[in-house]
Design a protein around this ligand. Structure first.
Ligand code: GAF
Length: 390
C-alpha cells in the first residue's frame, strides 16, 4: 500500500482524515548476534520497509488500535492502557503507552490509529520493534514529550520486556529509531555509544533470504538463551567479577573458562558471545579498510558460531547459509536476527545475484520443502513523520 491509500483507508474507517502519519523501519543485522543483551557490539541497518501509523485525536477517551495486517481490532479506555491483552499483537503498541505513563507522561485524550506494515511477519526483520518505535515516535510527537531517539528505542525495548515478556536487547529498537540511509550502526549496547558507518558497497548488494520456516522466536527459546548467558556470568564471576559476558576479550575468556566446566551449555553460549563481539569489532574495521572479503569471512564464522555454540539456527537457516557459501560471488552469508527460523543476510556481487536466487532457492526448496523469498535490501532511514496528502 502507498501512503495515499493508507490515508484513504483511515478516512473510510474513522469517517475523518488522519491528522498525522509516521513510519519506522525494520532492520537487518549484518553481524553481532545475541550480543546486545550481553553488553556487546552489534552492526544492524534500518531497512526501507517498516510500519506506518496514522492517527487522529478523539474526544471519546479511548485509544483505538486497528491494523490492516491483523484481523483483531481493539479499543482501550484511557484508564485501561496499562492492562495487557492476552496474547495479542496490541501488546506491542500498548506496552509503549504503558512505558510513557510509567515515565510520568499523561495521555489526556483518546486516539484513533491505523497501522500497516510491509516487514514480512515472523521473518526476524523486526516487525515488532518497528511497531514499538513508530508508536513511541508518534506519542512523543503528539504529546510533545521531547524524548530523543535513544530514549524512544529504550522505551520500545522495555515495552517488549515488560509488556510482551520477551527479554530482548536493544538492537532492533535502536536500529529502527536511529537508522540512516546507506549506513549501518556500530552500536555498543552497554554504553549506547554508536557510530554510523557507510555501507555503500561498489558492485555488491545486501541480499536477504527469507526461509519462511515457521517462526520459532517465541519468548521461551529466546529467554532461555538470555538465562543461559546470565548463568555463565554468575559462574565466571566466582573467579572474576563481571556484569556482562562482553566485558571479556577472547584472551580473558581462556583464563576464566574453567569456571564454566560444570555447565557445558553455559560454556558454549559464552564462547559464542565473546567471539562474536570480537568478530563484530573486526568486521567493522575491515569494512572501513575496504576489505570486504574479510568482512564476508567473519559473517560466515558468525553463522558457524550461532549454529554450533549458540544453537539458534536449525535446518532451514543452515541450509540457506551453507548453500550460499557454495556460490561464486558470495562474499559472506549468515543468519540474521534472533534465529530459530527467519532470514539470512548475504553480501553478493551484482553479477551473482541471479544465480544465487536460482541455485540457492532450488537447493533450499529441495532440502526443506519450503519456498524461500529473496529481497535486495535497501538501507533506509530511522523513524520519521511523513507528510500527509502525498
Ligand atoms: C532479536 C532481539 F530482539 C534482539 O534484541 C537481539 O538479541 C537479536 O534477536 C539477536 O541478536 O532480534
Amino acid at each position: 500500500m502507498n501512503t495515499q491509500e493508507l490515508q484513504e483507508a483511515f478516512l473510510k474507517l474513522y469517517g475523518k482524515p488522519a491528522e498525522a502519519l509516521y513510519f519506522s523501519p525494520g532492520r537487518v543485522n549484518l553481524i553481532g548476534e545475541h550480543t546486545d543483551y550481553n553488553g556487546g557490539f552489534v552492526f544492524p541497518c534500518a531497512l526501507s520497509f517498516g510500519t506506518y501509523l496514522l492517527c487522529r485525536k478523539n474526544d471519546d477517551k479511548v485509544v483505538r488500535f486497528r491494523s490492516l495486517n491483523q484481523k483483531e481490532y481493539v479499543e482501550v479506555a484511557l484508564d485501561k492502557l496499562q492492562t495487557p491483552h492476552p496474547k495479542s499483537w496490541i501488546n506491542y503498541p500498548m506496552g509503549v503507552f504503558d512505558q510513557f505513563i510509567k515515565r510520568g507522561f499523561s495521555i489526556p485524550f483518546g486516539l484513533d490509529q491505523l497501522i500497516w506494515g510491509d516487514v514480512p511477519n515472523g521473518a526476524g526483520l523486526s516487525s515488532s520493534a518497528s511497531l514499538e518505535v513508530v508508536t513511541g515516535y508518534m506519542l512523543n510527537d503528539v504529546f510533545q514529550t521531547h524524548l530523543n531517539r535513544v530514549e524512544i528505542a529504550k522505551i520500545g525495548q522495555k515495552a517488549e520486556n515488560e509488556f510482551v515478556g520477551v527479554n530482548c536487547g536493544i538492537m532492533d529498537q535502536f536500529a529502527s529509531a536511529n537508522g540512516e540511509k546507506d549506513h549501518a550502526i556500530f552500536l555498543d549496547c552497554n554504553t549506547l555509544d554508536f557510530e554510523l558507518v557507510p555501507v555503500k558497497l561498489e558492485g555488491v548488494k545486501v541480499l536477504i533470504s527469507n526461509t519462511h520456516s515457521p517462526h520459532k522466536l517465541d519468548s521461551g527459546a529466546y529467554n532461555q538463551r538470555v538465562a543461559e548467558c546470565k548463568k555463565a556470568v554468575e559462574l565466571i564471576s566466582k573467579v572474576r567479577p563481571i556484569q556482562y559476558l562482553a566485558e571479556l576479550t577472547e584472551a580473558d575468556f581462556k583464563e576464566v573458562e574453567s569456571a564454566l566446566a560444570s555447565d557445558p551449555v553455559a560454556h558454549k553460549r559464552a564462547r559464542h558471545v565473546v567471539s562474536e563481539v570480537q568478530r563484530t569489532t573486526d568486521a567493522v574495521k575491515s569494512l572501513k579498510a575496504g576489505d570486504i572479503d574479510k568482512f564476508g569471512q567473519l559473517m560466515n564464522a558468525s553463522h558457524v558460531s550461532l549454529r554450533d555454540d549458540y544453537e539458534v539456527t536449525g535446518l532451514e537457516l543452515d541450509t540457506m547459509a551453507e548453500e550460499a557459501w557454495k556460490i561464486d560471488g558470495v562474499i559472506g552469508s549468515r543468519m540474521t536476527g534472533g534465529g530459530f527460523g527467519g532470514c539470512t543476510v548475504s553480501l553478493v556481487k551484482d553479477e551473482a545475484i541471479d544465480s544465487f536466487i536460482e541455485k540457492v532457492g532450488a537447493a533450499y526448496q529441495a532440502k526443506t520443502g519450503l519456498k524461500p523469498d529473496f529481497y535486495v535490501a535497501e538501507i533506509g532511514n530511522g523513524a520519521c513523520r511523513l507528510k500527509l496528502g502525498e
